[in-house]
Structure formats: C-alpha cells, structure tokens
Design a protein. Structure first.
Length: 279
C-alpha cells in the first residue's frame, strides 16, 4: 500500500475535534433530567418548599420588641405610675407604720415614702402617735404630687367603710317586735333618740312616746332616762321604736247588759177590765 493511501486511512479513522460550544451543549444535556426524571424532581422541590424551616435559635422565633414596648415596660416599672393606678382604683394596701413625724406617720408604698396625717389615721382623736409605730394597717392613696415627691395615704376612709358595714350587719340582726332597753340619748321636737345595745340607736317618734297626748318629748323624758322600747319598724338602716306599744292599756269598765222585759199584753175587753171588781 502506498504512503498516500495510508495517510488517507489514518485521517478517516481519527475523531473529528469537538468545539467548545458543542462541548457545553453536551454537558448541559448530560445534567438535564430526562422526561421521566423531571416530574419526580419537581415534586421533591415543591415538597421541600412546603416544609417550614426549623428555627435553630429560640430568640429568633420571638417577635422583636418595638420602642413602644420598651416604653410600656418603663411605665410599669415607674413606682409613681403604680401608686397613681392604686389611687384611681381605690386599692386597699396593707402597710407597716415605719416612722412617726410631726402631724402623722410614715409608711412605704412601692418604695416611695408615704405620709398618713393623724386625722386620716383613725376615726377618733389619737393622743399618742407612737402607739402606731410598727403597727400593720390598711391604707388607700388619696393624693399624689410627683413633682413635689408627695404621697398622701389614708386609713380613715377604710375604717369608716368597715364601721358602716358593721352597723348594717347589726341592724339586720334586729327583728321587728323585739323589746329592748335603752337610754335617752338626745331629745328633738319630733321625738327622742334612744341608745340601744351593740352601739345601735333608734328613734321614738313623739306620737309613740305615750298613749296620752304629748306635745314635746321633753315634757315626759330627759336625757339619761332608762326606757324600755319595742322595735316597730326597720327601714333604710333606721330603727323605729315605740314606748306606747308597751304601755298597759287601761281596763275598760264592764258593760252591763240591761234586759228589757217583754211588755204584757193589755186587754181592752170590758169584761177583763171589770174582772175582779166586787160590786
């Protein structure tokens, strides 16, 4: 075989070189899924997208607090805002008297120094404020002035409310018709106020003092007299009393019955008239 024929055979059997563009197309075709594989891969992508991404950091799951939230936390931590809320809601606060000053005592509320005037500490006059030192009491906030660092407390309003409730309970325990003993406390033109047991009092109206006519209660009663009364009514927390209801009624004279005999029949017969007459 001649050399020319050998060269042609070599040239024919040698692979034709592939261009860069053709190589890229081949690689792209190799990476692309077949028609059978494509739907399966698309379904896997959709499934993965539907699953929530797990949070690895718990802090990242919490919502970020805004500046307004921080301001709310600051307001809650402000003791003056707390005591203002106590005043508006009339909250009853248990406190301990920690000091005695001129004209009152000192107690702490939410870390603030509160002042209780002597007139707001009790229902009656207090001779010695030292007797309240370290005493546990209940108070309400009645006045606040943050600019002047002033916090005023009161125990009196709470005591008055308790006293009213105690009186109401005592009155509810009294029954109409009960006979009680008492002392004449005051006299008015319209009646007499009687002090009863359990610190109760009632009114005897002038018309209920006696079975006899009474113009003025002072005509028959004086302050300090011991009297016996009967409860005749209870209304709106007031007790109505009567002395007249306990007075013995005067015995009435027995009424004699007069029997009138039947009239005899009178005859007008002449024979009856002349009967028994001797001539």
């Amino acid at each position: 075989m001649s050399e020319e024929m050998k060269m042609e055979e070599v040239t024919t059997t040698t692979e034709t070189p592939v261009s860069t563009e053709e190589e890229a197309e081949v690689c792209k075709a190799a990476d692309s899924p077949t028609q059978e594989e494509a739907p399966a891969q698309e379904a896997a992508v959709v499934e993965n997208a539907a699953q929530p991404v797990a949070e690895t950091d718990e802090a990242s799951a919490k919502p970020m607090e805004s500046m307004a939230d921080y301001e709310d936390h600051f307001d809650d931590a402000n003791p003056w805002n707390r005591v203002t809320e106590y005043m508006n809601e009339k909250t009853i606060l248990p406190v301990k008297v920690e000091g005695v000053v001129n004209g009152g005592v000192i107690a702490m509320v939410e870390g603030l120094r509160g002042f209780i005037p002597a007139s707001k500490l009790s229902l009656s006059y207090i001779e010695d404020l030292e007797t309240y030192l370290l005493k546990d009491i209940e108070v309400q906030v009645i006045d606040i002035d943050q600019a002047k660092n002033r916090l005023i407390l009161s125990a009196r309003d709470i005591l008055k409310a308790k006293e009213r409730q105690a009186r109401k309970d005592k009155i509810n325990s009294v029954k109409v018709g009960t006979v009680m003993e008492g002392v004449v406390e005051t006299l008015q033109n319209y009646g007499a106020f009687i002090k009863l047991e359990d610190d109760l009092s009632g009114l005897v109206h002038v018309s209920q003092i006696s079975t006899k006519r009474v113009n003025q209660p002072s005509d028959v009663l004086k302050v300090g007299d011991n009297v016996k009364v009967k409860v005749i009514a209870i209304k709106d927390g007031k007790i109505s009393l009567s002395m007249k209801a306990l007075e013995e009624k005067p015995e009435e004279a027995p009424v004699e019955k007069v029997v009138i005999p039947k009239a005899e029949k009178i005859s007008t017969n002449l024979g009856d008239l002349l009967k028994g007459i001797k001539l």
